[in-house]
Design a protein around this ligand. Structure first.
Ligand code: TYD
Length: 217
């Protein structure tokens, strides 16, 4: 039984979710919450090894099904080794991407059969879902422009396998996310990610404060 609170951040490349996750972590820590931040793929030593395979630009011929299984493998490790134990300790776990990324990227964009996809989500997670998922939404050109600027500021960061995908791939990812929010409006909130970092942060905090408050009630 989990006592903590599980919150995930999602969105297309360059939507700003990682920046916002850090700001939420700082804010919750300042309010006295015990916060753990993590990401997918990754979050564990084994998961980070799998992440390297998944993002390497030279792995151009990675099969969509192989890709799906690798995300599922990294997630099985992550849920077992980190997420469930930290929730059991009562922590607030903030995770940069989780199952909705699989639905948007491997489902909506790569068009893997939904039944296979949902099995490959259900098995590694054992049905563990976030209490709150924030999808930072912005037009694809805005996100990709930010991702290019970010890479330029970090000369050692290469464009990854996903950033190399065509524009319509990212459009499908975005639509995939919007469809998830429509299907699960209680869990999933769309956040307009075109404003300033500070205004987006304030919008997100309202959602986060609501679930933190409810979890303690
Ligand atoms: P990352 O560098 O973390 O990208 P970002 O900063 O945009 O989150 O790389 C993660 C990539 O993996 C990203 O392109 C989305 C993709 N991904 C999937 O395709 N399926 C998944 O289940 C997850 C967790 C991520």
């Amino acid at each position: 039984m989990e006592h903590g609170l599980f919150i995930t951040f999602e969105g297309i490349e360059g939507c700003g979710k990682s920046t916002q996750l850090k700001l939420v972590a700082d804010d919750l820590k300042a309010k006295g919450c015990d916060v753990v931040t993590t990401r997918e793929p990754g979050g564990t030593v084994i998961g980070d090894q799998i992440r390297r395979i998944l993002l390497a630009p030279e792995h151009k011929n990675l099969e969509p099904l192989a890709e799906l299984f690798l995300y599922a493998a990294a997630r099985a490790q992550h849920v077992h080794e980190l997420i469930r134990p930290e929730l059991a300790r009562g922590k607030v776990v903030l995770c940069d991407r989780y199952v909705d990324a699989t639905r948007a990227y491997q489902g909506a964009a790569r068009q893997i059969d939904p039944q296979i996809l949902e099995r490959l989500i259900d098995v590694p997670t054992g049905g563990l879902m976030p209490t709150l998922t924030l999808i930072l939404d912005c037009p694809v050109e805005v996100g990709l422009r930010r991702a290019v600027t970010r890479n330029a500021q970090h000369p050692t960061t290469k464009e990854d396998r996903f950033e190399r995908e065509a524009r319509d791939f990212h459009e499908r990812v975005r639509l995939g996310y919007l469809a998830i929010a429509k299907q699960e409006p209680k869990r999933v909130k769309i956040i307009d990610a075109t404003g300033s970092v500070e205004s987006i942060h304030q919008t997100i905090l309202q959602e986060v404060d609501r679930v933190v408050h409810n979890s303690r009630a």
